[in-house]
Write a protein that binds this ligand. Structure first.
Ligand code: HEM
Length: 407
């Protein structure tokens, strides 16, 4: 079928059906109608790079928050997972967002994150040891269960100050709470997220109490210091943002690692370069992020009529910024459908843009820079041992099971 024969509405609907395996041709169907297009009454989509960037940076377009939930799903307060997210910075707008972000951003500056390098190397090496053990004699192992899902949780747990013995529980609970990141589009699937959030709140309250009595050099201790010092961080905000930090970097970094490995299998020459050239991992990771973003799209709401790039966005409209489509905008990237880590660095939209730009971007980039070359060097014979099983979701694009052999 020639591009442009589908209506944008059909293409967007197909993204959660036939498009789950390969959504990229559907983005081109939408792009054929424009870079910022009306999908149906009350919904628009941005697929151009500049259009996504402008949507995310425009303060008149707001993230979903308690007020917008009230309009579209008044029962949302019955869900503890949604309540916790609305206490976090990702689901708040200025002035609350500005205040929360100011309190947390100092913990995630590139300089602060660089200080975690040795700890991440140690965690990676420990996980590679257990991968080697599980895959001894050529046994098939699941890369997701054994490595990709463990690394981000171990790293964020270390940062927060969650003891190692609790991390397996933490990983399971984070997976359940993360469902709520899809918000009210998935209200029927919120029961496990709510149960997980209730357990997590009890766990965080105990951890907070322990650190209050006996502070350590971790993030929870500094946040408790801000809370107790009258720094404007309430108890619910403290717990909501701890939960956000736990979940925002979990599946995303997991999916990032999975695609990085999958693409290295498809491009063995690049895998060899990752083993041999110490500096290459940065460019490689950046191209994985552009090519296969773990978060394909995010959205904003127009509180009033907004004029943007010559288009009127009527009040009450939801604008879906399809980051993955912006990352393949031919006006920005030459041959956008080609995986090419040698292309000049041109800032993919994968971590968003503007006020809500991902706080954990330096951290997940560092994890990838450390883990990828170590993984490939440690296992020169690493190879697929079956078909990867994709996650059944459009916005969170990733892999649930990825059988590999390492020995
Ligand atoms: C490859 C990995 C990751 C991807 C693709 C990713 C993607 C994103 C995106 C697209 C946003 C902006 C959403 C929007 O504007 O609507 C975001 C926000 C955020 N991310 Fe990440 N993220 C990743 C890893 C992490 C990690 C490791 C952490 C923390 C440890 C983290 C913490 C956050 C936080 C706290 C926000 C909210 C910032 C705010 O609202 O001001 N992320 N992320």
């Amino acid at each position: 079928m020639a591009t442009g024969t589908m209506q944008p509405r059909e293409a967007l609907a197909a993204l959660v059906g036939e498009g789950l395996r390969d959504p990229y041709p559907l983005y081109e169907e939408i792009r054929a109608h424009g870079d910022l297009v009306r999908i149906k009454p009350g919904v628009m989509a941005a697929v151009g790079y500049d259009e996504c960037d402008r949507v995310l940076r425009d303060p008149r377009l707001r993230v979903q928050d308690g007020d917008s939930f009230d309009l579209f799903y008044p029962q949302w307060r019955a869900h503890s997972s949604l309540r916790a997210y609305t206490d976090s910075m990702l689901y708040s707008n200025p002035p609350a967002h500005t205040r929360l972000r100011r309190l947390l951003r100092g913990e995630f500056t590139p300089r602060r994150v660089a200080g975690y390098e040795t700890a991440i190397e140690q965690i990676t090496d420990r996980l590679l040891d257990s991968l080697a053990e599980a895959g001894a004699g050529g046994a098939a192992v699941d890369f997701i269960a054994e490595f990709a899902s463990r690394l981000p949780i171990a790293v964020i747990s270390g940062l927060l100050g969650v003891p190692e013995r609790d991390q397996a529980w933490f990983r399971a609970i984070a997976a359940d709470v993360t469902t709520a990141l899809e918000g009210i589009t998935n209200a029927s699937r919120l029961a496990p997220a709510d149960a997980a959030m209730d357990d997590l709140a009890v766990y965080f309250d105990e951890l907070i109490e322990r650190r209050r009595r006996c502070p350590e050099a971790d993030l929870v201790s500094s946040l408790v210091g801000v809370h107790d010092g009258g720094g404007g961080l309430g108890r619910d905000e403290l717990v909501g943002n701890m939960m956000l930090l736990l979940t925002a970097g979990f599946e995303t970094t997991n999916f990032f690692m999975a695609h990085a490995l999958l693409l290295s299998f498809e491009h063995p020459g690049l895998a060899d370069r990752l083993r041999a050239e110490p500096g290459f991992a940065s460019a490689y990771a950046e191209e994985v992020l552009r090519f296969e973003p773990p978060v394909q799209a995010t959205s904003r709401w127009a509180g009033a009529d907004v004029e943007l790039l010559g288009t009127t966005i009527p009040a009450g409209t939801k604008v879906v910024a399809i980051l993955a489509a912006g990352n393949r905008d031919p006006r920005r990237y030459r041959e956008p459908g080609r995986f090419d880590p040698d292309r000049p660095y041109t800032a993919p939209l994968t971590f968003g843009a503007g006020g809500h730009f991902c706080l954990g971007a330096p951290l997940s980039r560092l994890e990838a820079r450390i883990a990828l070359p170590r993984l490939l060097r440690r296992f020169p014979r690493i190879r697929p041992a079956g078909e990867p099983v994709r996650r059944d979701s459009w916005v969170g694009r990733g892999i649930d099971h990825f059988p590999i052999a390492v020995d």
